[in-house]
Design a protein around this ligand. Structure first.
Ligand SMILES: [Zn+2]
Ligand SMILES: [Zn+2]
Length: 770
């Protein structure tokens, strides 16, 4: 029997695996001369230590963990253990449980970048270089714990040199699970294969020739082409049947990006972060690199990201050598419209025939598909997420303490920009952006991702949350799951979920005044809501205390509406006339619209998104829309920033009724009247923004005073419009109101699942705690 000695056992949970945690523990233990071991388990990192300095070691580890770690809990217990002659790293055990967070993919780090560009380094130009501080994580993990055999690197046998680095506790790649080098790791291939050129050179050559190249990236394929070549961009649009939706760009550095965009300090920090999302940046007024106008037509911004994998880095390096100047590439997800991103080479050929000319692929499989994330920043505001995916998911989003989830929840989210959330206690595990679940491929992706999340988090939901909308595909999915799993189903009103998503992020008890402006959401009265002012508190109580007045609209529930049709139907009701610019094309289709609309059922709607659509059509900013949010973005881009005027009249608000009204009729009449008198469309667009913001501020302020509320929460897709968001925020703050906006989850419907979780957390809260 070996003798037992006193020691400590620590279990550390959170984001603690896959970022060099164990080597860090090892080095710290060695430096203090304590013995024992560290081990990954599915419940967290387990450390057993003994020796005179054991408690000091634990204190130090707790106070200064490795830089990328996020510790959720650090539990220490005294134990009797056998004697360990030294400190070592033990292999993981494979018990089941939960407590470890799977890490998101991490953008290539500075050290790896240096090696890739150093001709004397053995990883010079190697497209799969990574270390404990960077590289793929989420997209290669099949099972926990996070060890190489549980990832898609399992079939790559380490060469002796990689094996040496992997085993050496003093090496940067100690226990870096995706470790690889040109001798033993994944390899690039091109399809069709070239006999003369390497895969990389063939891809670079094709791009310079104006061709479209499909690139296997981290979470799926991307379609790339030369962004300065208008013909190439137009060809890609034609082939992909994507007439106008902006394409994301990639360029090698922030310095290159500054040559065609304005990059604020916050934007730069975001682009350079380990998440490295696409950041929407204002177009530069005096660009020295001209990207094609067809990249983001009638939009004031361009979405740009930096190379986040070594593969992207070496490709840009090759392009610069070949043409002597920095390249800017379109880098858009390869998918069929609405469907999820494609991760499989075979599927690519079937789904996108004739879209690309060459494939730059490799043999490291993608375990979990993940799109690029999209964020935007204001000149004086922090980050706003538009799409939360690569670099963020599957990291949990914390819930404020007031929104503690006692019974684990599955929230299925909304209809468009869908994400789901599995939540327990103070963590909501939000899926990456799924998109739509209304297609077979979308539903499949949703179910696959849910299965992975359930396995990893160990969360077994006891209740399912969904939207109030009876016809959402996500609602049907929720109904099916609730039936199959015998779980209660709770339906949450869309705009209440939007406001709760802000409250849960900022831990607001309420009551707050919530302003939820978006395209469509099913209202409690059966109308299509989208311009809502709610009085909300954390008691699952909410009152609709104000809204944009109803207009009637055929097909009001559509996510994408035809701006011309909305304009003509609205103007018909408010007694306004289409401007001269719209009469030529719009006037004719006005009549056609009514004929074809004869069979459609008109619904009442308070949608702010549709109001923007109508104004975009009247002013000529956008008459035909092919994607959600196109017309509002065009109207924002058109607005003259120097125009300060508005049409504000007292007639815009009706505070004598309940709920209070913001009246759309006078606004629409003014837009039509000014356009008809020939006022410059840029001025009309600006005045519309100014007027809507001023009326919203005035209405919200009056309601705050009436109900004795000091805080206002803004959410909903219409607030992606930075002009509206900034004006309303600044206006309310200047009146002494605290204003809160989503920061951690998207303010569009990508944040609905998180809000649904918050609603159930409120419902579960015992009255005593209030
Ligand atoms: Zn690295
Ligand atoms: Zn190797």
């Amino acid at each position: 029997m070996p003798s037992l000695v006193d020691g400590y056992r620590a279990v550390i949970r959170g984001q603690v695996q896959g970022l060099g945690f164990r080597p860090y523990v090892y080095r710290l233990a060695r430096s203090l001369g304590v013995n024992g071991f560290v081990r990954n388990s599915v419940r967290g990192v387990v450390v057993v230590v003994q020796g005179r300095l054991a408690s000091r070691f634990l204190k130090r580890l707790r106070s200064s963990p490795p830089p990328l770690a996020v510790i959720a809990s650090f539990d220490i217990s005294r134990v009797r253990t056998r004697t360990y002659p030294e400190f070592s790293i033990h292999p993981s055990n494979s018990e089941r449980g939960a407590g470890v967070d799977v890490l998101p993919d991490l953008a290539v780090c500075r050290d790896c970048r240096r090696e890739i560009s150093n001709p004397r380094d053995r990883r010079y130009g190697y497209a799969f270089t990574n270390c404990t501080q960077c590289g793929p994580r989420y997209t290669i993990i099949e099972r926990l714990p996070y060890d190489r055999p549980n990832t898609t690197m399992t079939d790559f046998r380490m060469c002796p040199r990689c094996q040496g680095e992997y085993a050496d506790p003093d090496d940067r790649r100690h226990h870096a699970q995706p470790i690889a080098c040109p001798d033993c790791g994944p390899k690039l291939t091109s399809l069709p294969a070239s006999s003369e050129l390497s895969a990389l050179d063939a891809a670079a050559q094709s791009l310079l020739d104006g061709k479209v190249v499909a690139i296997k990236s981290l979470g799926g394929f991307q379609l790339a082409c030369d962004a300065t070549n208008d013909q190439s961009v137009r060809r890609l649009r034609r082939r992909k049947h994507r007439p106008a939706k902006p394409f994301a760009l990639m360029c090698e550095s922030v310095a290159v990006c500054r040559r065609f965009c304005r990059v604020s300090a916050t934007a730069e920090a975001t682009m350079r972060s380990v998440a490295a999302p696409v950041v929407l940046l204002p177009k530069s007024p005096r660009p020295t690199i001209r990207v094609a106008d067809s990249i983001a037509p009638r939009n004031s911004r361009l979405g740009v990201m930096l190379p986040y994998t070594p593969l992207h880095l070496v490709l840009f390096d090759r392009l610069r050598r070949a043409c002597g100047r920095p390249a800017v590439l379109v880098m858009t997800s390869a998918n069929r419209t609405e469907d999820p991103i494609i991760a499989d080479t075979g599927e690519l050929a079937g789904a996108l025939p004739g879209v690309y000319d060459l494939v730059l692929s490799h043999n490291r499989p993608i375990a979990n598909r993940c799109d690029d994330s999209v964020a935007m920043t204001d000149s004086h505001g922090p980050l706003v997420l538009i799409r939360r995916a690569r670099g963020y998911a599957p990291r949990p989003v914390p819930l404020g303490r007031l929104f503690h989830v006692k019974q684990p929840v599955l929230a299925v989210g909304g209809e468009s920009k869908n994400t789901f959330a599995l939540a327990s206690q103070l963590s909501a595990y939000l899926s990456p952006h799924i998109g739509t679940v209304a297609t077979a491929a979308g539903e499949q992706f949703w179910l696959e991702t849910l299965a992975r999340y359930t396995e990893w988090t160990g969360i077994r939901p006891q209740v399912v949350a969904t939207d109030l909308h009876p016809d959402y595909a996500s609602t049907r999915l929720a109904e099916r799951l609730s039936r199959d799993l015998h779980l209660p189903l709770v339906r949450i009103q869309h705009h209440y979920a939007h406001i709760l998503s802000v409250m849960a992020e900022h831990n607001l008890r309420g009551p707050v005044l919530g302003i939820a402006f978006d395209g469509t959401g099913y209202g409690a009265d059966g109308a299509i809501w989208g311009g809502e002012i709610l009085l909300a508190d954390g008691l699952t109580k909410w009152l609709r205390v104000g809204h944009l007045g109803y207009l009637s609209l055929s097909n009001a529930g559509d996510e994408i509406a035809d701006p011309r049709r909305v304009a003509s139907e609205y103007l018909g009701q408010v007694g306004g006339k289409m401007g001269p610019g719209t009469r030529k094309s719009g006037g004719r289709s006005h009549n056609q619209g009514i004929k074809s609309a004869a069979g459609l059922t008109a619904a009442r709607t308070s949608s702010v998104g549709r109001l923007f659509d109508a104004v975009a059509a009247i002013t000529g900013a956008c008459r035909v829309a092919t994607f959600d949010g196109q017309a509002p973005a065009a109207l924002e881009a058109l607005a003259d920033p120097s125009e300060r005027g508005d049409w504000y009249t007292d007639g815009l608000l009706d505070l004598s009724v309940y709920p209070a009204r913001l009246l759309p009729e006078p606004l629409l009449r003014e837009v039509a009247r000014e356009t008809a008198c020939g006022t410059a469309p840029a001025r009309v667009a600006a005045r519309f923004h100014n007027t809507l913001s001023a009326a919203t501020i005035r209405l919200a302020d009056a309601l705050c005073a009436k109900y004795g509320v000091a805080s206002v929460c803004l959410s909903g897709g219409s607030f992606q419009n930075s002009l509206l968001r900034r004006q309303v925020t600044v206006g309310l703050r200047s009146r002494g109101r605290a204003v809160y906006v989503n920061r951690l989850v998207p303010l569009n419907d990508g944040g609905i699942a998180y809000g649904q979780v918050a609603a159930l957390a409120c419902a579960q809260r015992p009255l005593a705690s209030l």
